[in-house]
Design a protein around this ligand. Structure first.
Ligand code: NAD
Length: 507
């Protein structure tokens, strides 16, 4: 039996349950269908097969979930941090125990390759552990002295919060947003993406089996325009943490305005990898290839623009093209696969349309630019890893987030032009800089408009560091203590230390 056949057999067992029971909401500890009884199909991007019927929730379901989160809030807020820490570690243990199931199901629901999803499931557990350890000190503050007064700050959880997540790596991203909310003492209503709802449903089930009290975490499935919208508009929801497209972020901001919602946005990107001629080119090729062709290129921090110093441009892009052409495209459960099918036929259509745009704009397709052929590939949303060369920064393929395994290369003459190209996009999420000149690295990274920059490295996350973007890529930061700043209110209490004269008015 091949590894693929073995994995297919295993996942069938896990998926059968979803096929039989459907994907239900989780409200106040109970698995429930949408109040209206409505549902929608979720289909696998591998072959279009229906995986399950999913609750299609509306305002009534969101209201029930928000009220459950409100009712559960006081006890959860007041639970000692050490107890919350122990509980969140138990959730991490339970994720690890079911990591294989999570990874296999995630692959079938999203099309992401198993080699990446098995790590993503474990990263979900790491996220819980990291924020669990912070729970006992999350409320701590500072003391600030002034003549005649001592100020004491403290933090308190903001209340029930909404978390809205995208489809690309749904399990890991959900843990990244929900673990800090719970550690801070907030209760949660989660609205997962409609294209990949399965592992969000496993996640909340795992948390409750690990002992999370009912109502602390509620999951409501459905479409953005109804369930998502209702969540952002709900008066009991104090804040919305959102990961998704920039234009959805802007809609959410408008929807949340009447209830003065606090928002945290992690949005799109068009991230440059900038390669100077003095860089370690072996490592730079590895990183450039990895950062666009891993995770199907459906990754907010993918390096989708390759800016290369002209003297090495042709050689460098030839090497990237050669490597891209050899990347295995195939079934996500095949351990050899690097690129699986894109999430959905609609998204596949969008990515394929950029191949035509590139030609119309006068760029060259150095490799890829097609739908792959071969056994099983026609039925899925597959596209070949693609490199565009001969592009200009004002082309749509250099400005717009394609969100697929598609890289646009542009040459630059000198540092000044490289910086101009790097910054000349609406986004400012991440950047990758390759040079052996330390002074240039400092100067360039200081001037780059991006929330996260890696110098001589691909994206390697360190959880205490801030994560987030500038410009159209987001508002706010996650990670370390930054997550708690979002999920908590900071309070200052000022104590008088003397009896300074108070102006006596009217006396
Ligand atoms: P999307 O914006 O279409 O959807 C994201 C979520 O928002 C889904 O759950 C959807 O149902 C919901 N939604 C849609 N309309 C809504 C509305 N009016 N009100 C409330 N909720 C609504 O994004 P997507 O296509 O699922 O994901 C891909 C995008 O996510 C890309 O742009 C990618 O860059 C971005 N992303 C960003 C990060 C980051 O950290 N910056 C990480 C991953 C993905």
């Amino acid at each position: 039996m091949t590894d693929l056949a073995r994995n297919l057999e295993k996942v069938r067992h896990h998926l059968d349950r979803f096929t039989a029971e459907g994907v239900l909401n989780r409200i106040a500890g109970a698995a429930v269908p949408a109040a209206s009884g409505a549902s929608f199909e979720t289909r696998s991007p591998v072959d279009g097969a229906c995986l399950a019927q999913v609750a299609r929730s509306g305002a009534e379901d969101v209201d029930a979930a928000a009220r459950a989160a409100r009712d559960a809030f006081p006890d959860w807020r007041d639970m000692p941090g050490a107890k919350r820490k122990a509980l969140l570690h138990r959730i991490a243990d339970a994720i690890e125990a079911r990591a294989e199931e999570i990874a296999l199901v995630e692959c079938m629901d999203t099309g992401q390759a198993l080699r990446f999803m098995s790590k993503a499931a474990l990263r979900g557990a790491d996220n819980f552990r990291f924020f669990a350890d912070q729970a006992p000190t999350a409320r701590d503050g500072q003391s600030l002295f002034a003549p005649g007064q001592i100020n004491v700050t403290s933090r308190t959880p903001i209340g029930p919060v909404g978390v809205i997540t995208p489809w690309n790596t749904p399990f890991m991203l959900s843990t990244w947003k929900i673990a800090p909310a719970l550690a801070a003492g907030c209760t949660v209503v989660h609205k997962p993406a409609e294209f990949s709802p399965l592992t969000a449903s496993l996640l909340v089930e795992i948390a409750e089996e690990a002992g999370l009290p009912p109502g602390v975490w509620n999951t409501v499935h459905g479409f953005g325009e109804d369930a998502g919208r209702a969540l952002t508009e709900h008066h009991e929801i104090r804040a919305v943490s959102f990961v998704g497209e920039s234009r959805t972020g802007s809609m959410i901001m408008a929807q949340g305005a009447p209830t003065l919602k606090r928002v945290h946005f992690e949005l799109g990107g068009k991230n440059p990898v900038i390669v100077f001629a003095d860089a370690d080119l072996e490592r730079a090729v590895d990183a450039a290839v990895f950062m666009i062709y891993s995770l199907n290129g459906e990754r907010c921090t993918s390096s989708s623009r390759l800016l290369v110093e002209r003297s090495i441009h042709d050689e460098f892009t030839a090497r990237v093209a050669e490597r891209a052409a050899r990347i295995p495209v195939g079934h996500p459960l095949d351990p050899d696969t690097v690129i699986g099918p894109l999430i959905h036929p609609e998204h596949e259509k969008k990515v394929l349309a950029y191949f035509e745009t590139a030609k119309a704009e006068g760029a060259t397709i150095a490799t890829g630019g097609t739908k792959p052929t071969g056994e099983g590939l026609e039925a899925g949303c597959y596209v070949t890893p693609t490199l565009f060369t001969g592009a200009r920064n004002d082309m749509a393929i250099a400005q717009e987030e394609i969100f697929g395994p598609v890289l646009t290369a542009i040459p630059f003459e000198d540092e000044e032009e490289a910086l101009k190209l790097a910054n000349d996009v609406p986004y400012g999420l991440a950047g990758y800089l390759w040079t052996s000149d330390l002074t240039r690295a400092l100067r360039f990274s200081d001037a780059m408009e991006a929330g996260m920059i890696w110098v001589n490295a691909p994206n390697v996350r360190h959880l205490p560091t801030p994560f987030g973007g500038m410009k159209a890529s987001g508002i706010g930061r996650d990670g370390g203590d930054w997550s708690f700043d979002f999920y908590m209110e900071t309070k200052n209490v000022s104590f008088a230390t003397g009896e300074d004269r108070i102006p006596r008015l009217g006396g």
